[in-house]
Write a protein that binds this ligand. Structure first.
Ligand code: MRU
Length: 351
């Protein structure tokens, strides 16, 4: 069993500290919205859907026991929280989607005619919205696994990237959810987890989840993928997404694009599994997606030990964008998008 990733109880959000997995299962207690935002920024929790859920609970903590003398004061407090939450990480759209949903609920609560006092109206509204966001996330993972496994032949051998499992969501995961469910159904016989340099989500998290779910699997370094595709039978590459533009261009962990090119060359289907909350229809294409640049230390150090010489230049874009032309299908909780283009996306999203 994968331990609960986040758990809200009055006064705190318990966060499973993913920086310590697989060595230690440890809970970080965030007592304020600022602490939740810091936990997101510092990668104590990560994965687009989970970031969205945690962001929602940041608002709950922010409005707990908070009294206001006027609607304006309450609204200003909301914007103070939003500024901090939205600055945690830029690429995963789920974080911003949670903020937008919270803004709507806070405004409704402020201007509602309900006889309850202002403080309780807002708190109740943000708490029930956070619970709804969490529930929708759980339900969507189950539905994506249903659709995703339909695309797989019996005994498929899969390559996956980064961590898209239970650890990245409140449910069973996106891409890894399909793989684990696929194994239960006899659709998956083996999974390769790429280590996912530089932050090593594959090495630390994905292979741990595969092991815990008893899925026959192996860890490989990212630069082994093309060789494995050429020399072994690989039936599909399955990854998650952080933000998808209206034409289907998909931002995901750095290295996803390279994997898509290799899959295309070897004629292997390349699937993206992502809830509809991952689509950002305000963007025409992937060139408009903001790519997070993270600390160079994540490249030059491993667990605090420097592995590169001092005084060098380092780059660390944490995400890249795979063009729609390299994606065989996007699997959402509403259905399968294939071919990947604007009109097919609209038809599935409007179902
Ligand atoms: O930097 P991370 O670990 O938050 O990046 C995670 C990914 O890139 C995942 O593939 C993506 O969020 C989809 S998770 C279901």
């Amino acid at each position: 069993m994968i331990p609960p990733r986040i758990k809200y109880k009055k006064g705190e959000l318990d966060i499973l500290d993913q920086r310590l997995i697989p060595w230690k299962v440890s809970i970080l207690k965030a007592k304020t919205y600022q602490e939740v935002s810091k936990a997101i920024k510092d990668m104590a929790l990560r994965g687009a859907p989970l970031i969205g859920c945690a962001a929602a609970y940041a608002y709950v903590l922010g409005f707990e026991n908070k009294k206001f003398s006027s609607s304006t004061q309450a609204l200003n407090h909301f914007y103070k929280i939003k500024k901090v939450v939205n600055s945690a990480r830029p690429t995963a759209v789920a974080l911003f989607a949670s903020s937008e949903r919270m803004e709507k609920k806070v405004k409704e609560a402020i201007y509602s005619k309900d006889s309850l006092n202002l403080k309780d109206r807002i708190y109740n509204a943000v708490l029930s919205e956070a619970k709804l966001i969490e529930k929708e996330d759980i339900d969507s993972t189950i539905s994506m696994a249903k659709f995703g496994t339909k695309l797989l032949r019996k005994n498929s051998r899969i390559i996956t990237y980064c961590n898209t499992g239970a650890l990245a969501t409140m449910g069973i995961g996106t891409a890894l959810g399909v793989i684990v469910k696929g194994y239960e159904l006899g659709k998956v016989s083996f999974a390769y987890a790429c280590e996912t340099r530089p932050y090593l989500q594959g090495t630390r998290l994905t292979i741990w989840e595969l092991q815990k779910n008893h899925v026959p699997s192996a860890l490989m370094t990212d630069n082994m993928a093309a060789h494995i595709m050429k020399t072994e039978k690989i039936d599909a590459v399955i990854i998650g997404a952080d933000r998808i533009a209206s034409n289907g261009d998909t931002a995901n962990k750095i290295g996803s694009y390279e994997l898509a090119i290799s899959a295309y060359y070897h004629k292997i289907p390349f699937y993206v599994v992502a809830p509809i909350a991952t689509f950002d229809l305000s963007l025409k294409n992937g060139s408009e997606i903001k790519i997070e640049e993270r600390s160079e230390k994540e490249v030059t150090e491993i667990r605090g030990i420097r592995i590169a010489p001092k005084g060098i230049n380092v780059r660390h874009p944490a995400f890249d964008v795979t063009p729609n032309s390299l994606i065989t299908a996007i699997i959402t909780e509403k259905g399968i998008i294939s071919p990947v283009n604007s009109s097919k996306i609209n038809s599935i999203l409007n179902l």
